[in-house]
Design a protein around this ligand. Structure first.
Ligand SMILES: Cc1cc2nc3c(=O)[nH]c(=O)nc-3n(C[C@H](O)[C@H](O)[C@H](O)COP(=O)(O)OP(=O)(O)OC[C@H]3O[C@@H](n4cnc5c(N)ncnc54)[C@H](O)[C@@H]3O)c2cc1C
Length: 351
């Protein structure tokens, strides 16, 4: 999930004093192997900040706790562009990298809590979100590392995680759970094999394990020229292998490659990496497809709730679902919605 949060001090078990509050902006990158994902996302509280008509009356600094040019930096700069337009004030990006993001986040935590020093960063919270309580004036995001209160949240979870209610909304949002269930995730698993004497094969050449059935692997030799084979397993066959366990992928690949290239070939292979997206509790699959008649679920999943719970992620994309750019574009759209909702609220509070 991506977030702009007003963090209660320490995100832990005792109530935070207001003077300790700082603003954080957390976000998640595209799919990759993550041990634990950062939590949810939220916008700073207009009311509790007592947004005076003069705010912001001077430049805002966003500390990016990672190097310039990376995904976090890119999202911060996109967000900053929107903020400049909405606030009419300069928004400065400061890259403070090191120690997995904690140095930059630490700097923000120590800054004066006046709303002029913000942070954005993946894994700034380093924990899983379990519940979003949207029953009160402020949203409460419960994570495995404590609770956060916020004015707005952008939820960018894989559809299966929403459908399985790994993260719970209170009060329940059955329309979101139903929409997500209409957009389950298919499977595309990859096994990487080190290959000795790889030069024998052409860079980026491919072999199909079997051509007489779909339950087979596809083998990409020397991806990027590396001495490796990238083996793909998809759909029901990948699900079957996941169920059988990690070793089943290597057994299948070895048997198919030996069948094609001779029994000696087994000695040239060494498994170096495998990701099973279906059993990954933070993914539960690879990318979404709409069940027959359920294409409209994408619109339903993407729809904001009460102008403070926003949704993004590839499954929310009407035209670019199942892709990284679909995820990115829905994230930008959700950020725009947050800014628009907040701008409207500010305008309302002035009238
Ligand atoms: C093998 C494979 C190959 C692909 N190839 C391509 C390609 O070539 N081109 C392309 O465009 N797309 C490709 N994709 C698809 C693309 O990667 C995805 O569509 C995209 O990453 C989805 O982004 P997302 O933000 O919607 O979801 P994700 O990237 O899945 O992000 C969701 C985040 O939510 C986190 N999360 C889950 N549960 C919780 C929780 N309880 N609390 C907090 N955080 C949580 C996860 O850790 C994750 O970081 C590929 C996908 C796979 C699996």
């Amino acid at each position: 999930m991506k977030a702009v949060v007003r963090k209660t001090a320490r995100v832990q078990h005792r109530p935070a004093s207001r003077s300790n509050e700082r603003r954080l902006v957390t976000q998640h990158p595209r799919r990759r192997v993550l041990s634990l994902a950062a939590g949810a996302a939220a916008m700073p509280a207009a009311a509790r900040m007592a947004w005076a008509q003069s705010y912001p009356s001077r430049p805002i600094t966003i500390v990016v706790p990672f190097a310039a040019g990376g995904p976090t930096d890119l999202i911060a700069r996109t967000l900053a562009d929107n903020m400049r337009t909405a606030f009419g004030q300069p928004v400065i990006i400061e890259n403070v990298s090191g120690a997995g993001g904690t140095i930059g986040v630490g700097r923000v935590a120590r800054a004066t809590p006046d709303g002029y020093t913000l942070s954005i960063g993946q894994n700034a919270l380093g924990c899983a979100a379990r519940r979003i309580d949207h029953g009160a004036r402020r949203l409460r995001v419960e994570t495995s590392n404590g609770a956060i209160t916020a004015d707005a949240v952008i939820v960018t979870l894989p559809s299966n995680v929403i459908a399985e209610e790994t993260l719970v909304f209170t009060p329940a949002l059955s329309e979101k759970v139903e929409a997500a269930a209409g957009l389950p995730l298919g499977l595309a698993d990859k096994l990487f094999l080190a290959l000795s004497d790889a030069d024998e094969f052409e860079k980026d050449s491919r072999l199909f394990g079997r051509t007489d059935r779909s339950a087979t692997g596809v083998y990409h030799f020397r991806p990027f020229g590396r001495p490796q084979i990238e083996a793909y397993f998809g759909g029901a066959f990948a699900a079957e292998l996941e169920k059988a366990g990690r070793a089943a992928f290597l057994e299948c690949a070895t048997a198919e490659l030996v069948g094609l290239l001779g029994s000696d070939f087994a000695r040239r292979l060494n498994a170096v990496g495998l990701h099973r997206w279906g059993v990954d509790p933070f993914s539960r699959g690879s990318y979404s497809y709409a069940r027959p008649g359920k294409a409209e679920c994408r619109r339903a999943l993407a729809a904001p709730v009460e102008d403070r719970l926003f949704f993004a992620g590839e499954a929310c994309s009407l035209g670019h679902f199942s892709t990284a750019h679909g995820a990115y574009l829905t994230g930008v759209a959700a950020a725009d919605q947050v800014v628009a909702a907040r701008t409207q609220k500010r305008a309302g509070s002035y009238s």
